[in-house]
Design a protein around this ligand. Sequence first.
Ligand SMILES: NC(=O)c1ccc[n+]([C@@H]2O[C@H](COP(=O)([O-])OP(=O)(O)OC[C@H]3O[C@@H](n4cnc5c(N)ncnc54)[C@H](O)[C@@H]3O)[C@@H](O)[C@H]2O)c1
Length: 453
Amino acid sequence: MTTAQQLLKKIEDNTEVVGIIGLGYVGLPLAVSFAEAGVKTLGFDKNPAKVEKINHGDNYIQDIRDAVLREVVDKVAFSATTDFSRMAECDALIIAVPTPLDRFKKPDMRYIESACTDIGRYMKPGTFICLESTTYPTTTEDFMLPIIGENIKTNPHFNDISASDSKATPKNIAPRFFLAYSPERVDPGNPSFHTRNTPKVLGAMTPEGLEIGTKLYAKAIDTIHPVSSPRVAEMVKILENTYRLINISLINELALLAGKMDINIWEVIEAAKTKPFGFQAFYPGPGIGGHCIPLDPFYLEHIAKKYNFDLSMIHTAGHINMRMPHYMYIKIATALNRHKKAVNGSTVLFLGVAYKPNINDERESPALEIMEIVAHKGGKVQYHDPHIPTVQTHGQGALTSIPLTAETLGQADVVVLTTNHSAFEVEFIQKHAKMIVDMRNMIKEAGDKVYKL
Ligand SMILES: NC(=O)c1ccc[n+]([C@@H]2O[C@H](COP(=O)([O-])OP(=O)(O)OC[C@H]3O[C@@H](n4cnc5c(N)ncnc54)[C@H](O)[C@@H]3O)[C@@H](O)[C@H]2O)c1
């Protein structure tokens, strides 16, 4: 039997062990999905606190039901570790580590590099390796493979390859394992689509890798869509997120113009939506947020530069969105001005710091940026978010969510609706706030004291 056939047989017999590297918003739900399907799953994370929580059955991700995590941990289908040498126990290793930007807005590949270093050092031959983190096209073949290859030289399971082996080139070592890319498309907080029922795109370096990946993922995910290579799969994710970026930018730009022209952009969108073909509604807001959409264009730009290619449309879209928090500050200042008040010295209460409704993730949230600007201009910033008890800000350090009561609403000079959490009772807010800036169209009938985007 070939190595590929051996692994396929294990998958068929349900005796394979799947390792998930990075147990965050993406990795933990995926691990639970495999474990629920009866696959023995081992989670790896550098953060000991997360590992300990999982092994106690304590959930920290909103999209997972506590009882489900506890059940898979109790059944010992799933456990977690910080001991990366245990990668040798795994037949498949799936990577879901962060891909942020560095301070120069360049891809910060340290986490993928670190995961690949550990994989190279510890995996056994014939392992299926799949990256799920969002990244630029060519990462799997041109970035990951050489790192894994370099570290394999110190791996005792590959003792036929020595440190000085000139044959240990990426091309030569690639057949010793199965390398693939499959973008994570999870939409946190989405009540209809979760890990299992969101179709999965998969591209592998070899036909054997694609077959193994398809059969393995089919246990945890209902629909697999194979593509011809990792770089196609990498580009799929970038296309999906760039499509959203450009459309959100377009509607934000039109919203700003509509505001000047006294046209209600929300009414325009509702009317445009009646067209049964060729139009998909996107909604304006204070800007883009989250781990993906604000970051991905920079990943694409990084690789486009290597090909001497200028992404002018994506650039423009990025610029529009980058300016949105500043425009939102102007909305707040204008609203206060109408009431003969200055931002300096006013109390501004923000409702929602999460970047989108009903989730506890404030990464890259435009609300935080607007809060920074208001504080910088002398405003007294407060916030309430039912999902986020504290936030770290640049200028003001840690802030704590204040309770949402008639008193807290009434003492603020202006209340700003930054996130449309369904927990917010609009009537209650409208009744007790002195003035409201609504950036999410939560208040349908604006009265005297409501200013809309
Ligand atoms: N969150 C989303 O909605 C979402 C959606 C689609 C794609 N993605 C992409 O998925 C990837 C992961 O995102 P996330 O939101 O799950 O991040 P996260 O920060 O929630 O989780 C990442 C985890 O990886 C761990 N980690 C970091 N370096 C590690 C290493 N070398 N070895 C093992 N563990 C390590 C961290 O401790 C953390 O627990 C990113 O590339 C992101 O762009 C995220």
